[in-house]
Design a protein around this ligand. Structure first.
Ligand SMILES: [Zn+2]
Length: 344
């Protein structure tokens, strides 16, 4: 059975190490693409032997097949290749003993007893922090895995890079620069990344994103201030989070996957707009993760904007690494577009 590079998702391509000169030209049996560079599935024996060593047969009735588990855990196969995944695994091990039965349900082996079911890792994590143990949660026993994910996704922002913050104001006179930075600690209300009393600076990479994020509507006046980094800073990049490459993992795969999914989820949770009707206890899990990122020595987090598609936000834990422009600009919003979706 032949496979091609398009059979796999970009972040975990076991054929990446194969050079084109080693390929035949043919039709891919796994994903169906015709007339392309193909390799016999057996060339992937070492990589899949290592990957399957993290798995065990499961006798839980609802457990997925091994191929389904690989797909659910790592998003390994491209969409068109998924139906043939079990046949592909059989072809990889055509001349070798299969490490575990391919037709039995399987799951990641849990080397850490705390990780009972990684498919609901976020639900367990939030329930524990919100309702059981606010300051010493079970997740704290997994710190080494969080640390590896966070530090491997850290990005450097050089000095002189501009970010933006917008605030709605009452009059065309706008707001002075002193009111554009983060509030003093005693006045800091809770946000998705910061607990009450601990202010963070919420910025955007684009002025349009900052205006969208401050919820300005037509005829509002908005002051937009520029903030420039004054030193190199390091931020956790959640705006373009690539999943773990399962072929790079040597041990504790279930715990690493838990940690990676939790950090990836942090990026999506930070995107959710804060509403006055929110119960602030719901912010505790993201506040804990942001605090962990800060504890690991990073200066902030980059995450996508849900209010301005393709826009990126940044939360900085401290405003001492940026300088506010002394001349913020004030705009009147003259028009907004309206998109809607039927919800009831
Ligand atoms: Zn293919």
């Amino acid at each position: 059975m032949d496979c091609c590079r398009k059979c796999f998702q970009g972040h975990a391509n076991p054929l990446a190490a194969q050079t084109d000169e080693t390929a035949d030209i043919g039709n891919c049996d796994l994903c169906g693409i015709p007339n392309t560079n193909v390799w016999d599935a057996e060339v992937l024996l070492d990589q899949f032997s290592a990957l399957l060593s993290h798995y065990e047969t499961s006798d839980e009735g609802a457990a997925p097949s091994l191929a389904e588990a690989l797909q659910g855990d790592w998003r390994l196969f491209a969409h068109r290749a998924t139906p043939q995944a079990t046949a592909f695994l059989r072809a990889v091990f055509a001349d070798e003993p299969v490490p575990l039965p391919l037709d039995r349900p399987a799951r990641l082996r849990r080397e850490n007893a705390a990780a009972t079911d990684h498919s609901n890792a976020w639900a367990r994590f939030t329930e524990d922090l919100m309702h059981r143990s606010r300051y010493f949660p079970a997740a704290a026993s997994n710190l080494e895995f969080f640390e590896q994910i966070v530090t491997s996704r850290a990005r450097r922002v050089k000095p002189g890079v501009t970010f933006f913050r917008a605030r709605v104001c009452e009059t065309p006179d706008g707001l002075p620069p002193s009111q554009m930075s983060m509030p003093p600690a005693p006045l800091a209300t809770a946000g998705r990344a910061n607990p009450i009393g601990i202010p963070h600076l919420y910025l955007a990479r684009e002025p349009e994103t900052s205006i969208r994020e401050c919820r300005a509507v037509q005829h509002h006046f908005v002051t937009v201030a520029e903030f420039k980094t004054t030193a190199p800073i390091r931020v956790l990049g959640l705006d373009d989070f690539s999943p773990l490459d399962p072929f790079e993992i040597e041990n504790d795969a279930a715990s690493r996957l838990d940690a990676a999914r939790t950090i990836e989820r942090l990026g999506r949770e930070l995107q959710r707009p804060v509403r006055p009707t929110d119960n602030e206890v719901e912010y505790v899990p993201t506040q804990w993760l942001a605090s962990l990122v800060q504890h690991l020595g990073l200066d902030g987090i980059l995450y996508s904007s849900s209010l301005h598609p393709s826009g990126t936000n940044a939360v900085l834990f401290d405003d001492g690494l940026v300088a506010v422009d002394p001349n913020p600009k004030t705009y009147e919003i003259t028009a907004m577009t309206l998109d809607r979706r039927l919800v009831s």
